[in-house]
Ligand binder design. Structure first.
Ligand code: ZN
Length: 883
């Protein structure tokens, strides 16, 4: 176990900064191994802090070259400089200028934090604490300053020089070999939003006219030769800019907006002011190289980073505990954008599937934490699905509770009241309280209490009184550090569906209003009695997934089939089929573990058939309905003593049953949707492909020769990556000669394109058969693989650890060993990447005893390794912690 245990950072210890910075002038001379950084900071004592205060600046692995105060070199007795800190015990208690020279080695920076090289491009990543790897600085988000950045570099090494803001000046130096560019950002920003880029880059350019008529130049920079794959990202950017004006009244504020795509990146993308830096995976797309899912991700992530300009950049976070202030809110905004651009019901289903698959699992395990944590050891480990996706759900609940108009008023107030500030969650929620006149103090528990609320709804119809009674009860299970909980405010949108399929008007016996079908449960339990109900209705609760809860309703299978056909809420139509399938799969898994045959449910198959044949449903929606719960969905539902092999067998049995019963329907739809029209990435066309390829997945479930031939034909004839990948995926699930041939062909076709090779790696890592582990191990030595590149590691080892339930959880424990070996190999070079990978083992406690003890032993082996990074040390300690 590591010994240099750092002190945890606590929310309650927050103090305003002792020193403020008005301006930062940076002069960066780029060099592959010795980049020179001169920072000139105009400091002044913070009137809100206790004076006189020493000056303590953060560093991380820095070497101080020179230090001046108001132009005079400082004597060594006047300061202490270590790699992690620069402190002046007695700085003048007045405004002064500090000039700091440091030197950094971009090529040796394998953490990909601070200034590093991706290929031959210089780039930066400063969130959360990377700026301190460039220069000494009060590296915290509540120190906001105006930045001017001068970059100098060899013209041939870095012909393009970019930084935040607007370009002020550029030119060639007298030697003719080096050149420079000066960028000025007029908006105050925290250091984590600083960015610079230097390299040989090509760009595509477009323009956007803002709502007030200003012209903004838009540029996307990529490796030369890839310009023709930026079109969809640029289109997404322009649509995002327009949408933010229309939906939130937010206008872009600089003359230029730039995106740079780089191939070595720890995250998806970064919203640096005016200069977003992206993982190239989320920029580059063409029909031949990107799937519909890739296109959708590009649209969502370009929008997300753009929306940060207001929610994150103009208004930033006071401290990192408030991370959800920018992330939850911005995820909510990008989800709304996608819903407006595509199909709202389908997007909601996809978002909820993702939330349950990742956030609910996190909430139920040892890494559970509140949307706003109160303590951390390593902030990099809190860029989690709880902060992002559950954080977005909390904002969505505010909208549900207040209604769209009041919600918009609250957002407008937030933008005017806190512009140019570093804000807190309290300040954010107060804007909605002030705009609506509502008391939202209990609502704040959503930010403070971890765990997923469990709601039990019990309905009963009184034939004689013609009333329907709905009893609701909530509990919130204990989570690490939170043994007991307070009742939450839970907005449940509900309806009662009459036998004719129409919603019955909701009239409460006590006269209480039911606006927008909203029942707000804010006590441990509550009862609602509705009057004037002529016939027994079926309750439809948590419509649109209005609250992120686990819901149990006493609705029988017959009623669920009724809702699947008739509910006016499309989300709950999908949910009804999903619940039916889940009930069956849980029963079947238990049966298989008792060596009994899996349960059959002809009625479920009939419900699927009805949806498949329904003419009023859009194909993307139908695809969501017939895409059965995944193995991890089933494991999550079972929640304890999980045997992944039994789960797999149960799901496979259902796939075979669906295939056997609906073969004709599936084939008819498959053929109807196999159109020769040219590829378009729009939502409708993507929805048709999604349905066609979900049919293909079921058609090939039994691996019959005719089905394999169908998949092979689709693979060979595909004119787009979506169809080719779907066919390859179908083939990959059967151990046949066609699979081997297709995998070899795929690599031959795309060997030169790392992003496509990633798909090839992921696909092989996810094959649910015992040979996969050796295959994955062999692929780690493949020429196309590199442990140094996060995208490759995530594609191969990440896919194995996260998407291959049976093989990562092998009963001999070798899956865990492999994951842990990889984590330990990566940790010294890229701790963030290693920690993310290790978190795949977080659900080890729900496994059956044999696997549980093997997983625990693997985690113990990590914990016992000397000199772990703080990132990995934190994850492993929390994963193993008792209680
Ligand atoms: Zn974000």
């Amino acid at each position: 176990m590591r010994t240099d245990e750092p002190h945890p950072i606590r929310l309650q210890d927050y103090r305003p900064p002792d020193w403020l910075i008005d301006t930062v002038e940076l002069d960066v001379s780029l060099d592959a191994t010795a980049a020179h950084v001169r920072a000139s900071l105009l400091l002044r004592p913070n009137p809100k802090a206790a004076a006189p205060a020493p000056l303590v600046l953060d560093g991380d692995g820095l070497t101080l070259v020179a230090l001046k105060l108001d132009g005079e070199p400082l004597a060594t007795a006047q300061y202490v400089a270590t790699p992690d800190r620069l402190s002046l015990a007695q700085p003048p208690q007045r405004p002064f200028r500090l000039e700091i020279e440091t030197q950094v080695d971009p090529s040796a920076n394998t953490q990909l934090m601070g200034l590093y090289r991706s290929g031959k491009t210089y780039c930066t990543q400063c969130e959360a604490e990377g700026f301190r790897r460039i220069t000494y600085f009060p590296d915290r988000p509540d120190v906001m300053a105006i930045y001017t950045t001068r970059i100098e570099a060899d013209i041939t090494d870095a012909p393009v020089l970019l930084a935040n803001g607007n370009l002020k000046e550029s030119g060639t130096l007298p030697d003719g070999k080096r050149h420079f560019a000066v960028w000025h950002d007029p908006f105050p920003k925290p250091s984590y939003l600083f960015a610079l880029v230097g390299g040989t880059l090509a760009f595509v350019e477009d323009h956007f006219r803002t709502m007030s008529g200003r012209d903004v130049t838009l540029r996307i920079y990529v490796e030369p030769g890839k310009e023709d794959r930026c079109g969809y990202a640029m289109d997404s950017l322009k649509r995002s800019m327009r949408w933010d004006e229309q939906a939130f009244g937010r206008e872009y504020d600089l003359d230029m907006f730039m995106i740079v795509a780089v191939s070595d990146f720890n995250m998806g993308a970064m919203e640096n002011k005016g200069l977003n830096i992206f993982n190239d995976k989320y920029i580059l797309a063409s029909p031949e190289t990107a799937t519909d899912t890739d296109y959708a991700s590009i649209e969502a992530i370009v929008a997300h980073e753009y929306f940060h300009n207001w929610t994150g950049n103009r208004i930033t976070c006071r401290d990192w505990f408030q991370l959800c202030l920018k992330e939850g809110l911005t995820v909510f905004r990008d989800q709304e954008f996608t819903s407006d651009e595509r199909s709202r019901p389908v997007e909601r289903i996809k978002d909820v599937r993702g939330l349950r698959a990742h956030q609910f699992v996190e909430d139920a395990g040892p890494l559970a934490h509140p949307v706003r944590p109160t303590l951390y050891h390593e902030i990099n480990n809190f860029y989690t699905t709880t902060v992002y996706e559950k954080g977005a759900e909390v904002v969505r609940m505010l909208q549900v509770l207040l209604g769209p108009q009041q919600f918009r008023k609250g957002m407008d107030l937030y933008f005017t009241r806190h512009d140019d500030e570093a804000a807190t969650i309290e300040q954010f929620v107060q804007c909605f309280a002030d705009a609506s006149g509502r008391d939202l103090s209990q609502f704040m528990l959503w930010y403070a209490q971890s765990g997923t609320p469990e709601i039990v709804a019990t309905g009963s119809y009184d034939t004689r009184a013609k009333t329907y009674r709905l009893d609701l009860a909530q509990t919130l299970p204990p989570t690490p550090g939170q043994p007991t909980k307070e009742p939450m405010v839970i907005p449940l949108v509900a309806g009662l569906v009459g036998p004719d399929g129409r919603d019955v008007p909701l009239q409460r016996a006590d006269g209480g209003p039911v606006e927008r079908g909203l029942l707000t449960l804010d006590r441990p339990a509550a009862s609602y009695v509705f009057t004037g109900i002529e016939q027994r209705p079926v309750p439809s609760i948590n419509r649109g997934f209005s609250a992120p809860v686990r819901l149990t309703v006493n609705v029988g299978d017959e009623d669920l089939r009724f809702l699947a056909n008739h509910d006016s809420d499309p989300f709950n139509r999908w949910q009804a089929v999903h619940t039916l399938a889940m009930r069956l799969l849980v029963d079947s898994t238990a049966a298989i573990r008792r060596s009994e045959p899996p349960r059959q449910d002809p009625a479920l198959v009939a419900a699927l058939d009805a949806v498949l044949n329904s003419r009023d449903l859009e194909p993307a929606f139908v695809a969501q309905v017939i895409a059965l719960p995944s193995e991890s969905d089933i494991a999550r539902e079972i929640a304890r003593d999980v045997d992944p092999d039994a789960v797999y067998a149960a799901r496979q049995a259902l796939r075979l049953a669906v295939k056997a019963s609906l073969s004709k329907t599936l084939t008819t739809i498959y053929e109807r949707l196999s159109s020769p029209e040219p590829y378009s990435p729009d939502a409708d066309a993507a929805g048709r492909r999604a349905l066609k390829n979900t049919c293909l997945d079921l058609i090939t479930a039994a691996g019959e020769p005719s089905a394999i031939a169908l998949a092979k034909r689709q693979y060979e004839r595909a004119d787009n990556m979506t169809d080719r990948m779907a066919a390859l995926q179908a083939l990959s699930l059967c151990d046949c000669a066609e699979r081997t041939a297709a995998l070899e062909d795929f690599y031959r076709r795309y060997a030169g394109d790392p992003l496509i090779v990633d798909k090839w790696l992921s696909l092989q890592a996810a094959i649910p058969e015992p040979a996969t582990l050796e295959r994955v191990k062999a692929l780690t030595s493949h020429a196309a693989f590199s442990m140094a590149n996060p995208n490759r590691v995530r594609a191969l080892v990440g896919a194995f650890a996260m998407s291959n339930q049976t093989q990562s959880n092998r009963v001999d424990g070798r899956g865990y060993d492999f994951i842990v070996d990889t984590v330990l190999a990566i940790d010294p070079k890229n701790p963030q990447l290693a920690a993310r990978l290790l978190s795949a083992l977080k659900s080890w406690r729900v496994l059956e005893p044999k696997r549980r003890s093997l997983a625990r032993a693997a985690l113990k082996r990590v914990a016992d390794t000397p000199s772990l990074s703080r990132d990995v040390g934190d994850i492993v300690q929390r994963a193993l912690a008792e209680g």
